[in-house]
Design a protein around this ligand. Sequence first.
Ligand code: TYD
Length: 140
Amino acid sequence: MSIHECKLIKLPKISDPRGNLTFIEGQNHIPFDIQRVYYLYDVPGGAERGGHAHKALQQLIIAISGSFDIHLDDGKDRKTIHLNRGYDGLLVPNMIWREIDNFSSAAVCLVMASERYDEADYYRDYSEFVQAAHQKNPPA
Ligand code: TYD
C-alpha cells in the first residue's frame, strides 16, 4: 500500500440557506461497506491520536467540526493532510501508519470504518509495521 492511495474524496454537499447537508453511502462514495462509526472529540490542545496502522481495515476520516492534521506513512513515504471541511473525506487504506495532531478547539474527527473494532487488526509498534510493509512492498 502506498500513501498515494490515501485520497481526498469530495463528498456530496447540499447547500441550503438553512445549513448545509452532506451524506455518505457505503460502496458509493467510499469503496467499502460501513461497519462502524466512531469519533474523537473533546481533544485537549497539543494531544496526539492515532499512532498505529491497520492490517486490513480501511477508513474514511472527516473533520466534521474544526480541523486537524493527519500524518500518513506507508513505511517508505510520508505526507501530511490538513482536514478542515465537513465535505472532505480522507480515504486511508490498510497498511498506512497514521498520526493525528494539531486539533483545533472543538474539533470532531469522524471515522467511518470498513470493519468492526478488532485489536488484532492493529499494528501499534512502528518498527513492526515498517517490517510488515516492506515484506508486502519491498523497497526498490
Ligand atoms: P485507538 O484506535 O488507539 O484510538 P486513536 O487511533 O483514535 O488514537 O483506540 C483507543 C482505545 O479505544 C483503545 O483502547 C481501543 C478502544 N476502541 C474501541 O474499543 N472501539 C473502537 O471502535 C475504537 C476506535 C477504539
